[in-house]
Design a protein around this ligand. Structure first.
Ligand code: HEM
Length: 509
């Protein structure tokens, strides 16, 4: 009897192993080439914590294919390492490549499925969110924010003059305040502001909940049914705690706006305008509409702050390393804003004149190319089986555009690791803004707002200050030169800060 049980167990085990093996073999047939990894976790342990975009570019070279694939647990990941495949798939076939992978931990267990970044493209809300972004932060909406942005810029420039060594904090406060005022009519005076703390906490929890490979439930979704009282299910209890915390955090600024509106004293904002609907009081809108406003408001802060801060941080550091570029930009700013020895420093640049800053605009393009803010954009999800270059691209695969690889492709940008705004003078190198903001139906809806605020801040800083690099290295690091700058890693990235001097300009220089 015992022998029968043992033999049957071996047989069942054998069948299970054979099934899993055949499944993996089938999954990998005709997929784009790439590293194989281990049977259970795929390449999970080969994925570097830092700058994974460089590893993907390396694999692309090693496997001699711009489109590569690999497996992380049971998830098929496809990385597009050059422009052509990104255009062919994410843009020309955007109707099937615009969904987002479902992160069970973040979207379901932590309740963030309705956030604009995570929501499925087939959910009618996605279109509504995008329309709201278009009307609230699209090109035509910019006028509404001009005065507020200038006021915040003035505060930043005064801060830079008083405490130049705290330049990063001034930049962060500036963008946090611009976006908080735009979204909630709430002004930020310092970085320990409770609203900043709560939105930053939201970002941190979302980051932990999406850490690649950390939550097995993202790959083996059956685990979501495991009761949370069982041993080894701490992750589930953690997810539920985060869900509550995230809900509370997102209500704080929203409820604050409603309280201010009830008192009748508030700065008009995205939230207050939409809460009023067609009438003039909050009660006129439905719960569904209010929910949409709240999710979009959260998306505004999350999408706008770290991205714009990263771009401006890289800009300041690059100016310290490239004095000639800085001088050329300053000459243009002085000319466009009539800033000279007689008139002295301008107050803050006039937004209507920003488009006249042609050279500064190419400097911005080169900052976005040399130090991409989002090196891997956000992952897309393929919704039906597809075929490309003779490869099978399976339904459900996660598709990642390697923006870093495109921005550093020598075919598109000769000497890609050299910072040179002059490369755009000839007009034969593509405008990196076409790639910096992602692709297809998921491309960044805040790009116009981003560029206006970044260009304004760049102009304001260079109009009033001179930036240069301190001679010595620090903390044992070598002196930073244009050739050895380092970058931070993460969803957004920027040049790692090194010591710089920011001093008021002498006008006859
Ligand atoms: C330099 C500044 C910025 C850069 C480089 C940038 C880049 C990106 C990228 C690469 C994506 C992913 C696109 C894709 O999946 O293909 C994205 C999405 C998004 N960005 Fe931005 N962004 C910037 C500023 C902003 C600003 C200022 C806002 C808000 C005002 C914003 C809001 C969003 C939102 C809501 C999404 C998600 C869109 C969706 O999933 O439908 N971004 N951005």
């Amino acid at each position: 009897m015992d022998t029968v049980i043992i033999l049957t167990s071996y047989l069942v085990l054998g069948l299970v192993v054979a099934f899993l093996f055949l499944n993996v073999v089938h999954q990998s047939t005709f997929l784009p080439p790439g590293p194989k990894g281990t049977f259970f976790s795929g390449v999970q342990h080969q994925l570097p914590k830092n700058e994974p975009w460089k590893k993907y570019a390396e694999w692309s070279k090693e496997f001699q294919s711009p489109v590569i694939s690999f497996r992380v647990y049971n998830e098929t990941v496809i990385v597009l390492n050059e422009l052509k495949s990104v255009r062919d798939l994410l843009e020309r076939r955007s109707h099937i490549y615009s969904d987002r992978p479902l992160s069970w931990m973040l979207s379901v267990i932590c309740g963030r499925a309705k956030a604009i970044f995570n929501i499925s493209s087939s959910d009618p809300r996605h279109r509504k969110y995008r329309q709201l972004f278009q009307t609230e932060v699209g090109e035509r909406a910019m006028k509404r924010y001009w005065e507020m942005m200038r006021e915040e810029l003035r505060t930043m420039l005064d801060g830079l003059e008083k405490t130049p060594d705290e330049w990063q904090q001034h930049i962060i406060r500036n963008y946090a305040s611009v976006i908080m005022r735009l979204t909630f009519g709430y002004k930020i005076h310092s970085l320990d502001d409770p609203f900043i703390q709560s939105t930053e906490e939201t970002g941190k929890i979302s980051g932990w909940a999406t850490a690649p490979g950390r939550w097995l439930v993202n790959y083996y979704t059956i685990l979501r049914f495991v009761p949370s009282f069982l041993p080894g299910t701490g992750w589930k209890r953690q997810g539920h705690a985060w869900r509550e915390r995230l809900r509370t955090l997102s209500q704080i600024p929203h409820n604050w706006v409603k309280e201010q509106m009830a008192k009748g004293s508030y700065e008009p904002s995205f939230t207050s305008r939409l809460l009023q609907g067609d009438g003039d009081c909050v009660s006129n809108i439905s719960t569904e509409e209010e929910d949409i406003i709240q999710w979009c408001a959260g998306g505004l802060y999350a999408g706008a702050t770290h991205t714009t801060i990263s771009a401006l941080t890289s800009f300041v550091l690059l100016m310290a390393l490239h004095p000639q570029v800085q001088q050329k930009a300053q000459r243009e700013i002085d000319l466009v804003f009539n800033q000279n020895q007689q008139s002295g420093f301008i107050d803050t640049p006039d937004l209507a004149r920003l488009p006249m800053l042609k050279y500064l605009t190419v400097v911005m393009k080169e900052v976005l190319r040399f130090a991409p803010v989002g090196n891997l954009a956000l992952p897309h999800r393929l919704v039906v089986d597809d075929e490309y270059m003779g490869f099978r691209l399976p339904r459900g695969a996660t598709v990642i555009p390697n923006i870093w690889a495109i921005m550093h492709d020598p075919e598109l940008y000769p000497d890609p690791f050299v910072f040179s705004p002059e490369r755009f003078a000839m007009d034969d190198q593509p405008d990196p803004r076409q790639f910096a903001y992602g692709f297809g139906r998921r491309s960044c809806p805040g790009s116009h707002f981003a560029e206006t605020t970044i260009l304004l801040a760049m102009a304001g800083i260079l109009a009033r200050f001179h930036i240069d690099s301190k001679e010595k290295g620090f903390e044992g690091r070598a002196v930073v030169t244009p050739q050895n700058v380092e970058f931070t890693t993460g969803l957004t990235s920027h040049i790692k800060p090194f010591p710089i001097h920011i001093t008021p300009r002498k006008f006859d220089s």
